[in-house]
Write a protein that binds this ligand. Structure first.
Ligand code: RNT
Ligand code: ZN
Length: 412
């Protein structure tokens, strides 16, 4: 079906596809740098710790800041719209000796800002509370050793300064996400103490008077990690409570709940509590929380909630890592999948369906919810890509394969 015909068909159910195209173009998604090198970073050569793991050994992983930046820019060229790039503190750039985490500063991130300006993206940030000797026992901000806690508190504060710098330089508030892997493999005897220490450390970090115009702190919860199966300090309840009290935003990661929980259902409550919702788009598969996202029911449900509650009220970031496939393809596919689900959700007449719910017309509601799934989304997607000068169909894979041959395969 042509875009013109699709436009007419959607108009009949009260949807203005021109407005949809404009609105979709306004949604900036934060692309996670860590898919490009298996959460490696530029400090050590070891893999990630803290209960997260990237499996696979696909050739072509980015080994230097230049390679990562090149891959990111190439991925962005295959994704419609303007987006953001999400950095982790372990991606700081060091000349000579590596600056330790408690001393990281804007100096380590100046080249990233220069790159972001050149490519035309905004930046988001994450302190890195893992892959470090002082996180070797799996405890950072909740560590029983006050010296180790103090080290990580300093890291948390330095990162706030870096986030402020990103926001100010790039003229767009930088969201800075705090995720601490702290937890225990086996049943702890004390569940309260670590949480009290964690809260105390966070208090110390957020005592730093960061400029709210330039950075937005987020706090991410988790259920369990690999090797941290029995107890996570920053659990969902901990995060909800702490974030509310500290007046920062809680972050929902789609991979951090029991497999049968409906994460999309949590969004409306989060919005009521915080006024804004920070979201990590991911896909849990059994005990891995971070597979490449697919256009599945979970993603659809999340996108629908985002659209219904106003995308401007959301901070959307991707979070997964797969080293078993082409890493650049993993980025592009995830971004396009997210955009496609947002588009599908925008092409549903929610006003009509909500009215049916309130009038208790459940038969009509069910029938239409299903029938609308087969409306000509594809024609609108093609138009969106055409206007953004990227290919709409799967031929972007050819570009990836060429890049793999010309660039990635040469990285021994
Ligand atoms: C881990 C969290 C966290 C990380 C990144 C690398 O389970 O989801 O967001 O994936 O910070
Ligand atoms: Zn996450």
């Amino acid at each position: 079906m042509s875009y013109k015909d699709a436009k007419k068909k959607y108009a009949k159910i009260g949807i203005d596809t021109e407005k949809v195209l404009k609105d979709l173009g306004k949604i900036a998604i934060s692309l996670h740098c860590w898919q490009g090198d298996d959460v490696g970073g530029f400090e050590t050569t070891g893999g990630a710790s803290g209960g997260i793991q990237t499996t696979g050994n696909y050739p072509g992983k980015a080994r230097t800041p230049e390679e990562l930046q090149k891959d990111l820019a190439f991925a962005l060229s295959l994704i419609p719209g303007k987006h953001r790039v999400n950095l982790h503190a372990c991606y700081g750039i060091h000349t000579g000796k590596v600056t330790d985490r408690d001393k990281l500063s804007v100096e380590n991130f100046k080249p990233w800002v220069a790159w972001a300006k050149k490519v035309g993206v905004k930046l988001d940030f994450n302190p890195t509370f893992f892959s470090h000797p002082k996180a070797a026992d799996g405890l950072t901000l909740s560590n029983p050793d006050p010296k180790i806690r103090a080290f990580w508190v300093k890291h948390g504060i330095q990162c706030l300064k870096i986030a402020e710098y990103f926001g100010k330089e790039l003229k767009s508030p930088c969201s800075i996400n705090y995720w601490m892997p702290d937890g225990y493999k086996d049943e702890p005897s004390d569940r309260l103490g670590p949480r009290q220490r964690m809260a105390d450390s966070l208090d110390k970090i957020f005592k730093y008077k960061y400029n709210k115009k330039h950075c937005i702190p987020l706090l991410e919860s988790k259920l369990f990690g690999i090797g941290v199966e029995s107890y996570t300090v920053a659990s969902h309840e901990f995060v909800m409570g702490y974030a509310m009290k500290a007046k920062i935003l809680g972050l929902l990661d789609m991979g951090h709940f029991h497999i049968s929980e409906n994460v999309a259902d949590k969004i409306s409550s989060f919005l009521m509590t915080f006024g804004k919702v920070a979201f990590h788009i991911s896909r849990p598969v059994r005990w891995d929380s971070d597979h490449v996202i697919r256009q599945n029911d979970d993603l659809r449900a999340a996108a629908q909630e985002i659209v219904k509650m106003g995308p401007e009220n959301f901070i959307i970031a991707l979070d997964y890592f797969d080293a078993s496939i082409n890493r650049v393809a993993a980025w592009v596919l995830g971004m396009r999948n997210m955009q496609k689900e947002l588009l599908k959700a925008m092409l549903v007449p929610w006003k009509t369906l909500k009215a049916m719910q309130d009038a208790q017309e459940f038969t009509a509601q069910l029938v239409l919810q299903e029938e609308y799934k087969n409306y000509p989304v594809e024609a609108v997607w093609e138009e969106f890509c055409r206007r953004n000068k990227v290919v709409a169909d799967e031929s972007w894979l050819k570009a990836i394969q060429r890049y793999e041959k010309d660039v990635l395969s040469k990285r021994a």
